[in-house]
Design a protein around this ligand. Structure first.
Ligand code: NDP
Length: 243
């Protein structure tokens, strides 16, 4: 395992994150699968990583909880020294019109995305400074963070914030050889969209279908690889042609 690149996928146990975990295993990485509470799903994801011919481990922490994230990452970084690739994927939605939105729904969505970005990225980036070249960070934003979306002021703010943070960080570390990019998915088939009004949304997607987690994962794999060595500070959409 020592010569393998280590990748940490936050929220790597379900949905898009699980597909990314499997894809990164196929790319030859040791995959650290973070999850918040659903251990059975995390165990399933680890089994799928192994079935894909890879190896990995689970790391339970809530990315929005600074102390918990610090403690778990401290242990992981003592063990692995360097995490070469970070995929900031953990995110939640709590949709409602702003006029009706409870403050807790504003806070939890912002904290998961933005505090999560800070809590995880800072220590992992510090570990990357040991090797610099070939290290990269990919953060999962959303079409909602680019265009805004009715009923998602909290989510749109969180996802737009991730774009700003990533563009700034990309400039801070570009000369070190560390790349920072953002993937902005459109509608992707996961638990997160189980209550979405598909009949309305499908009309907004030129390709006329929702995407698969694997279609997002393949883009993340490319951006994390040396094939993307001159790409940093970018936001790349994977959304079936939505504008
Ligand atoms: P899912 O709800 O299917 O999965 C979410 C994953 O994130 C789970 O592994 C969950 O772990 C984990 N997670 C949630 N909160 C935390 C937390 N505080 N700390 C650690 N892990 C956490 O979501 P998707 O796969 O659909 O979404 C993944 C990312 O993609 C999100 O950032 C989302 O905003 C974004 N996205 C999704 C789109 C879609 O259409 N699905 C479109 C655009 C962007 P556990 O099960 O243990 O809680």
């Amino acid at each position: 395992m020592d010569d393998k690149k280590r990748v940490l996928v936050t929220g790597g146990s379900r949905g898009i994150g699980r597909a990314i975990s499997i894809e990164m295993a196929r790319a030859g990485c040791h995959v650290i699968i973070n999850y918040r509470s659903n251990e059975a799903a995390a165990q399933d994801a680890l089994r799928m990583v192994q079935e894909a011919g890879g190896d990995g481990e689970l790391a339970q922490f809530d990315v929005a909880d600074a102390a918990q994230t610090h403690d778990v990452l401290d242990g992981l970084l003592k063990k692995h020294k360097v995490i070469h690739t970070l995929v900031n994927n953990a995110g939640i939605a709590a949709d409602t019109l702003l006029a009706m939105m409870p403050q807790k729904d504003w806070q939890s969505v912002i904290q998961t995305s933005l505090d999560g970005f800070f809590n995880v990225t800072k220590p992992v980036l510090t570990s990357m400074l040991r090797v610099k070249k070939g290290c990269s960070i990919v953060t999962i934003s959303s079409v909602s963070g680019i265009t805004g979306n009715r009923g998602q002021t909290n989510y749109s703010a969180a996802k737009a914030g991730l774009i700003g943070a990533s563009k700034a960080l990309a400039q801070e570390v570009a000369r070190l050889g560390i790349r920072v990019n953002v993937v902005a998915p459109g509608l992707i088939e996961t638990e997160m969209i189980k209550n979405a009004p598909l009949d309305i949304i499908l009309k907004m997607i030129p390709m006329g279908r929702i995407g698969t987690p694997e279609e997002v994962a393949k883009l993340v794999r490319f951006l994390a690889s040396d094939d993307a060595s001159y790409i940093t500070g970018q936001v790349i959409s994977v959304n079936g042609g939505m504008v």
